[in-house]
Design a binder for this molecule. Sequence first.
Ligand code: PHE
Length: 350
Amino acid sequence: EQDQSLSEITSAGSLADLEAIRVRTLGKSGTITALLKTLGGMTPEQRQSEGPKIHALREAVTSAIADRRAALEAAALDARLATETLDMSLGVSGGAQGSVHPVAQVMDELAEIFADLGFAVATGPEIEDDWHNFTALNIPETHPARAMHDTFYFPDRPNEAGEDGKKMLLRTHTSPVQIRTMMSQKPPIRIIAPGRTYRSDSDATHTPMFHQVEGLVIDRGIHMGHLKWTLETFVKAFFERDDIVLRLRPSFFPFTEPSAEVDVGFTWEKGRRVIGGDPNAANGGWMEILGSGMVHPRVIAACGLDPDEWQGFAFGCGIDRLAMLKYGMDDLRAFFDGDLRWLKHYGFAA
Ligand code: PHE
């Protein structure tokens, strides 16, 4: 009986056959179950001699079934693995893929262009204090330039006041990074500082949040010629054209002296302004792209440096504007709508 069951088990060809054997032997009315039941009707002596044999039989059959089951399952898995194939070259049906936003793209391009000129990237907080955003930049409390900045202030709660005890604000330009850099690094300094800036303003060309890039050089013997060369080199690299001309117009910023607004020459092509070409031609013109100047001696002094030893230039430029000009977009607000159709239209999303 035992030998026969065991040989049937080891030769069972399928899990179904094996299950049939299990039912026939160990099942409710199986042969081994029946044997176990006979123990109840035996004398103690019989039970002592037969009991261990019957239990051993049950053990042997149970473990033989388990072994055979494992073997059959392993064989079934091997067979599946041998026949099933997964075509790794098959295209997946597309979920949406992320892509780089035009503003981020321009920031990367700027960092790369200025890295070639020896500029590092610096950062500062978007929640700024009054001193870094205004006072240290030679914009005192009563200065009319403060009104022009349409500043978002934080509610005047004592635990939210800056180190200077004044209301905190959202930085209105990236120029406070000039201050933070001059106070934390020794000259010579060459940095750009791209980032978010905020003003309470909104129309087709203004959004309450926008992006600027600040440039700052502090060294000995720096003059306007360095500023002009740097800006020309940057603009030509950014717009990928050599026939670009700049025009520096005298201007005013409290933190630079002298100050210059910089215009770039453009030409109309197929109903679009394209940077480059002859601004004095019939289809040409000038467009303002940034503010700049020589860092005011009072700003240098406010940062603890000696203005007789250190000079420098600075510039500040709207990044969103640069992106619009380079990639031909016409509504600034669309930059921040997160509309994939818009991004796709300009080739920024798959
Ligand atoms: N911070 C100025 C602005 O926001 C731009 C600027 C930066 C001008 C640096 C001169 C020097 O308009």
